[in-house]
Write a protein that binds this ligand. Sequence first.
Ligand code: CMC
Length: 430
Amino acid sequence: MEKTTPDVEGMLKITDTRTNKEYQIPIQHDTIRASDLRQIKVKEDDFGMMSYDPAFMNTASCISRITFIDGERGILHYRGYPIEQLAETRTYLEVAYLVLNGELPTKKELEDWTLNIKNHTFVHENVKQLMEGFRYDAHPMGIFVSTLAALSTFYPDSKKVLDPEMRQRQIWRLIGKVPTIAAFAYRHSLGMPYIYPDNDLNYTENFLSMMFKVGEKQYKPNPILSRALDVLFTLHADHEQNCSANTMRSIGSSHSDPYCSSAGAAAALYGPLHGGANEQVLRMLDEIGTKDKVPEFVKSCKEGHGRLMGFGHRVYKNYDPRAKIIKKMADEVFSVTKKDPKLEIALELERIALEDDYFVKRKLYPNVDFYSGLIYKAMNFPTDMFPVLFAIPRMSGWLAQWQEMLTDQEQKIARPRQIFLGYSKRDVPK
Ligand code: CMC
């Protein structure tokens, strides 16, 4: 059952030892409102107390009903449904609908949703020309981020962010167009002609066609691979208030259009500590080279020479449930592709790290990025494309977070406070 907002659950009593004054702060959802601290002052004209929380380690910035994570127990739900059940029984487009609309689609809703997305898979020819302007060796994620922002200039109606119909139209457009932009970015790096969308194919089949089609009349990917990619898309659809979702909300809070906001979110995702980690995992496995070098590599990580990429998470202090699903899926994928010898290194790395006191003490477990890269690689995606493959499905999550923020009466333009420790006023020397 969906949670409703309970009344105040109790009061937090605070004594300020500077003044010996006592305050009572209401508690709701096991949380206090930071603005309730402002009444705590020494002098009447003081600004009042703030809470200091670099990197939002313990600050809720919103009330959300989209995604639930229990990091200690390794649980992930979208709108209440366990990720394992969704990955097993639903397609990515159904899950994207769920994440955005709160309920799984009926048959008719799914037909309409799919049709609307298919109607928006093509991009304006000028978008293609714009992408052609990038250097041949441009990183596809740089192309992807820039092209998303450029779409803003093609759809000025998207600025009406408070109009639900306008928002819906941009949602169809963005979910429809991201595979096309991603595939064009890849073809660009190869100097290969861009392949237009084939709307007779499903979402992931069409993406694979735009990526890999060469001379055939219709590209038909292996169903095991297109289904595996669809599951990967489901696993990446949303992940509550992560760095890129927070960026989407923050940019969107100034009422920027969703193209500019999602370009910012994609830029946040690109970093190696977030969605760029899958790319770094493969580079790390290459660097290790052979299974026997794993202990030496783990030792150097512990000594502070770099991190074990694909390990650790701000919220999960247990095995990432998405990594579990991907690890299981790997065998299925490798049954139709060449087995990557790097899988052996990854398994050894996981085995050693999970037994090592350093990782055990810090609760560092494999995350979603640890095995996803190996599957992408087996499917012939180049390493550069991995963050883009994360961004395509995450678009549904960014848009859901954006829409929830815009329709939340309590939200305003995002504007954190600071503790200022610089100079107080001083005169410029004469
Ligand atoms: N390898 C080695 N040590 C690590 C790692 C790692 N991957 N991750 C954290 N630590 C250590 C860290 O050095 C620190 O040790 P100490 O307490 O001695 O200083 C401790 O564990 C806590 O780390 P933290 O940096 O305070 O943790 P965080 O919550 O700020 O960082 C993280 C989370 C994901 C950025 C981090 O674990 C990391 O850099 N992992 C590698 C990159 C990666 O795989 N990112 C993908 C995240 S999942 C996909 C996504 O959602 O984007």
